[in-house]
Ligand binder design. Sequence first.
Ligand SMILES: [Zn+2]
Length: 359
Amino acid sequence: MVEGHSVHRIATQHTRRLCGRSYKASSPNGRFAEGARLINGRSFSRIEAVGKNLFAFFAAAGQADVVMHVHFGMSGRWSVEDAAKAAPAKDTTRLQLEGHGIVSSLSAMTVQHGGVEMFEKKRAELGEDPIRADADAEALWERVSRSKKTIGLLLMDQGFFAGVGNIYRAEILFVASVHPNTPGKALSRAEFDRVWAASVKLMRRGYEEGSILTVDKAEALALGRPGLRRWIYNSAKCGRCNGRVASWDVAGRTCYACAACQPLDPSRAEEAEAAAPPKLFNSHCAGEGPRRGLRGRLEPSLNPPRAFLCRREPRGATRPACEAAGGGAARGAHGGRPRRRRQEGRAGEPPPGAPPPRG
Ligand SMILES: [Zn+2]
């Protein structure tokens, strides 16, 4: 499952690559035929990320916007390629945009269209997105502090914390020193504030770096483990104290905690399931490695909403240095010309032969 930071990166980069122009739209596999017909020839005006969802807006003079809602699911991809080198559409290609020398192909679990009211309805169902500049932590605290559900469940509930997936759940709660089985209504305000602060810090770092890195470099160096990237996710031992990491199933997903670093107060916790020995597996949920996610660092960019950002490029890199970003990665900001070479917005696509996703 792609986590929110990857979706925001796609929104930011596609704002730059695709917005502000009109395209010939088609649905190669026929599963978005009506939407493609409506989008065809319209101006791709903006794209917005909310949690794990993308909303692309297509405008035409004197007419209401057509909005395309995308949820990648376990795997998906939204590529932009040089038209001369573009690969043929696949069986999974729901939408293809062509024009201005580029071909953009979208494959995702959910691709649907509607009007602005569809966007507003879905937006209202989603919770607070730690990456977005308009996230309302106060409103979230109001709801979390009334919930009997554990914070481990609430973090994964897209109606509460939009964009958090299983890797971030584990790492956010570790950084916040909060046990996953603590009910929302039992959290102190200070604990909630730590959870929210960790959500914002870690997910924005993921957005900027293109990878889920939850260990501060200074602490990793102090621990004598400069290569440490995560604290407990999919690990048998805690990266900080070397204690045993417990893992157990919560609503079908593996939850992790270090008993020493995240003590559970039994007087206020719901009955926790017995912790089984950690079950380790090769995760491909993290959007890492050369075939995952969008590579390269993005500068902090999400405040103010219309800020432009520059991405540091390694020497000799061929990508342009600057990307435009909007609030929540895209709130109408756009600029520049579509680029003429292969650029991918890949979202957690598993490598060939990968085991079924877990965790
Ligand atoms: Zn520990």
